[in-house]
Every structure is written in C-alpha cells, then in structure tokens.
Design a protein around this ligand. Sequence first.
Ligand SMILES: [Zn+2]
Length: 254
Amino acid sequence: MISRRKFIKICASAIAGIGLSKIIFQSPLVNGAANRQIPVLVYHRVGYTKDYLTVTPEKLEADFKILQDQGYCTISLEQFQNFLDDRNIDMPDKPILITFDDGYLDNFQNAYPILKRRGMIATFFIITGMLWTDDRLSPERIVEMAQGGMSFGSHTVTHRPLGQMVWDDIKEELVNSKAELESVLGRTVNAIAYPQGSYNKNVIMIADNVGYKTGFTVHEGICVKTSPDFELRRIPIFKYDGDIASVIARRGGI
Ligand SMILES: [Zn+2]
C-alpha cells in the first residue's frame, strides 16, 4: 500500500523530470497498464462569472484536493499520447489528464497557481485567433506555463464547429492553429480539442493528414487503451457540479 504522501512525491518527481522510470521500476505503481482507464477532465473558465462553464478557484482547489487524496496523479499530454500509442510507458497507478478549453486568461491567473502549488500539471487547448485578446492567454503566458510543465493543444483558430464546415475551411483551421501554436511554443503541437465538440469523418481525416495524433471530443466517458485516437471522450466539469469523485464515477463510462 502506497501512502498518499508517497504518491504525491512520485507525481512531483515526474513533473520535475527526475528519473521517474527509476522510481517506478522499484515500486508497485506500474502494473496492468494495458487495462488502465484514464479519466480526461475538461474545465473551461476559472473565476466568478455566472456562466455554467465557469468554476470558482475554490471549487477547483477542492476538486484537486479530492483527486490527490484519492491517489490520482496528473499526467502530461505526451504521456497520455504515449499510452494511446500502446507503448508500455511508466505511469502512476491512477493517472488523470486535466484539460482546459478556450485558453482564458483566468486559467493562468486562477488555475495555474493551484496546479503549481499542488505539484500538478494540465493541458490547455488554445484558440489561436484569440491569442492577442485581453481575456485570453497571451503567447508570453503560454510560454511561461509550458516552462512550468503545462501542455498545449489546438482549439482551432476561430472556434467554429468543424463538423459543419467544408473541407478547405476545416483544413485551414487545423493547419493554421497548429502552426501558430508551434511557433509560440517552439515545439510540435499534435492534439486538438474540437470546438463545441463538433467533428465528423472529414475532420478526423484532415486532422490525421496534417499531423495531429489525437482529437478530444466532449462526449462523456473515460479513455482506455483502445479508445479511437480522434474521438477521445472527456468528463466535463460544470459550475453546479458537486464532488469531483462522484462526477468521474457518473460521467466516466466506457
Ligand atoms: Zn471551446
């Protein structure tokens, strides 16, 4: 039995880039990776606006505390993608991917400090056409958060529903947002969260063709090794939600 303290220590080691494989190798944390399920949470704004997609910093802190108390360990987007690639990667026993859509500035102001303080990491999906908008994450903030261990993916350029668009427009959204984010980060960007959860076969085909590896939907559910790479389910978290553990249990079906 691993204590909560040790769990958190191991998670923190992963973030710090310390030889996780060495630690894991000697611990019982890695087993049954093939059967593992990974909940992918999706938050939006973190603040005090009345929108149902906004959670308060207090709610976020309470959610994260419960996750840590229950032994969940946040993983990076890259770790998650490696899991889908079927590589036998080192992972904690209860991995979880926390995502934030829409790239609001309040993610930096209200979520990032909590994540840092708790030794957790998350993935942020950015609308690149809004990079220089006042209430969104600027390129400088994104770079700062990336240096702090956060991951980033595309949420397209304009946030229009891809599933209702024609081929060339879909391609433009996918290619341009990817390129813009890659120039900000100086590294490959290969994950997309479909705006408004809208996608179809064309969207998947184009995303695959232009270099994406994974596509996140807003269909409720949990991810497993056999989940389709471009139809990944997530667990949305809303303003009115109660205990995060019961939300995962309720919305985290396969
Ligand atoms: Zn969105």
